[in-house]
Design a protein. Structure first.
Length: 442
């Protein structure tokens, strides 16, 4: 539920709003240290940062002038499956988010420094869990239905912002495996991060679950970066009854690294924007071996991810255009990897109608293949009398269109999804999902 040189607060704001995430293009030479982005992200999809309640009777403007940027957001996913699935039903999943970003330079504390505090309150029900019983949940904002503290993070930029350090309660999914195109979609298979990694690595975290971690990001050139992070990979700290305030560090270790090339990403570049990324992760958790039912230590995987603008509808500054995106995730050890192969592919258009230049449309597919060793263990269980199904693959198609209103402070997003082989076993009929996502930035 997941964003790439955004400042951390921009990433979290985007995740809360479930918007297609990219920060504004900024002139690096003119932006003040500690607040500027090293490079804009491709295919500028983010809606303008307008607020439904304006400047909060002067309070928000007064705070921002003094280095404190507050953001209050609400998003709801209301979906129904009129056909298919285990049974038919309707649910809403909701997220209320509060972020406070403290610019320590503006506050006169530390040049290039910032501190982020954020909270989330989630409520509602899951259409996937309650009715469809499929694998890739249809509502991105479902999960962690309680009040919780999310971020307690310190950010420091050095050497003219070419080096970035982050320390504290952070999530790997806020920084790694991020494409702005993913935030167009409602389904959890796309939105946030390509979800395949979460089936193979219990140690990775993403909003609204964070953990102790440290990250270093270095830009060898203006259009490339190398980034690495280590995290406390204990999944139990995410339990709802912990409310995000279990500060233990029992491990195991989760580590991840990523390298990226971002062509045409600097102010003044006239070519087509893009992101090309590759990464590697290792999780030192204990995994059940599907062949022996014994525990094995450690799992690993790698990924590639890209997005590319293909056509601009007008001048580059309008950010209207058409692009493609995709990801491919591999976790080779099928004895412990539940989903060794996973991919996404998407077509995204922004501003297809000149009269609505910030509306966004997306068509995407998600596919996950389950481990052959897992299938063999499920077949053995069937031979012993178990009613367990044999999981082979699940695939989902999604068509969505986001309409911006009230100067983009609010969006309404009709959404259609079609799930092929829900649950991956072939026992549940293909499901049609209809509904809408609504997001508000107060």
């Amino acid at each position: 539920m997941h964003r790439n040189s955004r400042v951390h607060v921009s990433i979290v704001i985007v995740i809360l709003c479930c918007t297609a995430a990219v920060v504004r293009s900024e002139d690096i030479s003119e932006a003040p240290a500690g607040t500027r982005s090293l490079a804009p992200l491709p295919f500028q999809l983010i809606l303008p940062r307008e607020h439904l309640l304006g400047d909060w009777y002067g309070t928000r403007t007064w705070l921002e002038e003094r280095g404190v940027t507050p953001t209050l957001t609400f998003v709801t996913d209301s979906l129904d499956n009129p056909s298919g699935g285990k049974e038919q039903g309707f649910t809403t999943a909701n997220n209320v988010g509060l972020d406070l970003n403290f610019d320590l330079e503006k506050l006169g504390v530390l040049e290039g420094g910032a501190f982020l505090f954020s909270m989330s309150y989630r409520f509602g029900g899951s259409l996937s869990a309650n009715y469809i019983h499929n694998v890739f949940t249809v509502q991105q904002v479902f999960g962690g239905e309680t009040f919780r503290v999310v971020n307690l993070a310190y950010l420091q930029k050095l050497l003219d912002d070419r080096v970035e350090l982050r320390l504290g309660r952070i999530g790997a999914g806020d920084d790694f495996l991020v494409s702005p195109y993913n935030y167009v979609f409602v389904r959890n298979g796309f939105d946030g991060n390509p979800v395949g990694i979460f089936f193979n690595s219990p140690g990775i975290t993403a909003y609204p679950n964070d953990t102790w971690g440290a990250l270093v990001k270095v830009r060898p050139t203006a259009r490339t970066y190398i980034m690495g992070g280590v995290y406390n990979g204990d999944p139990s700290i995410r339990d709802n009854d912990k409310h995000g305030v279990d500060f233990s560090m029992d491990g195991p270790l989760f580590a991840i690294a990523e390298i990226a090339y971002q062509p045409n990403s600097l102010p003044g570049d006239r070519g087509l924007l893009a992101n090309y990324k590759a990464g590697f992760w290792y999780d030192n958790s204990r995994f059940t071996d599907f062949n022996t039912s014994e525990f094995a230590r450690g799992n690993w995987g790698f990924y590639i991810l890209f997005d590319q603008v293909l056509v601009r509808f007008r001048e580059q500054e309008s950010h209207r255009g058409f692009g493609i995106a995709g990801s491919f995730l591999v976790s080779p050890d099928q004895s412990v990897s539940q989903m060794p192969y996973f991919f996404t592919a998407a077509l995204v258009t922004r501003g297809i109608f000149p009269s609505r230049p910030v509306d966004v449309a997306g068509l995407g597919v998600v596919f996950g293949h389950f481990s052959n060793d897992l299938q063999n263990s499920q077949e053995r269980a069937q031979q012993l009398g178990s009613n367990v199904g044999v999981q082979q693959h699940e695939m989902v198609l999604e068509l969505t269109y986001r309409l911006a209103f009230l100067r983009s402070a609010l969006f309404f997003q009709p959404d259609l999804q079609y799930i092929i082989r829900p649950g991956a076993t072939g026992r549940i009929s293909d499901a049609l999902v209809l509904g809408a996502q609504v997001g508000v930035n107060f």
